[in-house]
Write a protein that binds this ligand. Structure first.
Ligand SMILES: [Fe+2]
Ligand SMILES: [Fe+2]
Length: 310
């Protein structure tokens, strides 16, 4: 792993300007495309909802995602802090003008869906949401702008794939269109974070953000979070695409060595049987560039990423 990178003031200003130009274009586009504006409850036909035609896993998952999407005001705080500390005004702009309004509406839309499709009685749901509003949310605190962008890219990608898996198993037209629109916005968010990550993340930022990755559901609704991997398998969540995208992100930013450091870290090795877990743990402790690079190349192959001769 090369020595930690410090970006110069001039570099940050130039990259910030590029991001502003990109945001100008996206904001103009959002005036023309409905999906690129905050989604509104009144845009959907709730009176056509047929909860009896929606499978129970989807209904249970609606309660879960409604919890997770509830407090973007809490999620945005460390990102805004990181953006201000680094002088990345475009990241502040994206969060305040686009991300926060869109995510706030995701929460409102999913609250409505969870109630209409009978996931949970309204009073109980609102009590849970009020508890979530007051959470002391630890993820992202102290992150740099690059680390926040890397986390955001990964988190939005996983959320997008989860909504796609839910949508693909939903035949109720109203809920299908809610889930499709949500997935489209999450994909857009991931795409924007990717642009920030490519400009502002150091190799260390990317490795640390992914190796220490935790979905927000662990904090908002730890009980339901336990079921989410099972639901994902049942609904045909695209794990292959997730692995491919995360591995590509790591290779772009930190090479095979960075990917190697992540695959030997706790978050990945705990999913493997004991002998592999022990070998990965050992490699992690040794933290040798050659071993890291080798582990990274193996992980890239397993994730379907084409190896480069570097
Ligand atoms: Fe969302
Ligand atoms: Fe999002």
């Amino acid at each position: 792993m090369p020595a930690p990178i410090e970006f110069s003031k001039q570099y940050i200003q130039k990259a910030d300007m590029e991001m502003h130009e990109m945001l100008d274009k996206w904001e103009q586009l959002s005036q023309k495309t409905r999906k690129r504006l905050p989604l509104k409850i009144e845009d959907y036909s709730w009176n056509t909802a047929r909860p009896d035609r929606v499978r129970p896993t989807i209904i249970a998952a609606l309660q879960f995602v409604s919890h997770v999407e509830r407090p973007p005001h809490l999620y945005s705080q460390p990102i805004l802090q990181a953006a201000r500390d680094a002088g990345v005004t475009s990241l502040e702009r994206f969060i305040e003008r686009t991300w926060l309004p869109e995510e706030t509406n995701h929460g409102l839309l999913l609250r409505k869906a969870a109630i209409v499709y009978g996931a949970v009685p309204q009073e109980q749901h609102d009590r849970d949401l009020a508890r979530i509003d007051k959470l002391n949310f630890p993820i992202g605190r102290g992150y740099t702008a690059g680390k926040a962008a890397t986390y955001g890219e990964g988190q939005e990608l996983i959320t997008d794939l989860f909504y796609i898996a839910m949508r693909n198993n939903t035949y109720d037209p109203n809920l299908r269109s809610v889930l499709s629109d949500l997935a489209a916005q999450e994909m857009f968010h991931s795409r924007v974070y990717r642009e920030f990550r490519m400009r502002f993340a150091t190799p260390e930022d990317t490795v640390e953000a992914i190796a220490g990755f935790k979905m927000p559901g662990h904090i908002t609704s730890p009980k339901l979070q336990q079921y989410s991997t099972g639901w994902a398998h049942e609904l045909g969540f695209d794990f292959k695409r997730m692995r491919h995208s995360l591995a590509t992100m790591l290779i772009e930013q930190s090479g095979y060595q960075g990917l190697g450091r992540v695959v030997t870290s706790e978050i990945i090795r705990n999913d493997y049987p004991t002998p592999i877990r022990t070998a990965l743990s050992l490699a992690n402790r040794i933290n040798n560039p050659v071993i890291n690079s080798l582990s990274g190349r193996v992980a890239a192959r397993v994730s379907g990423v084409k190896l480069k001769a570097v």
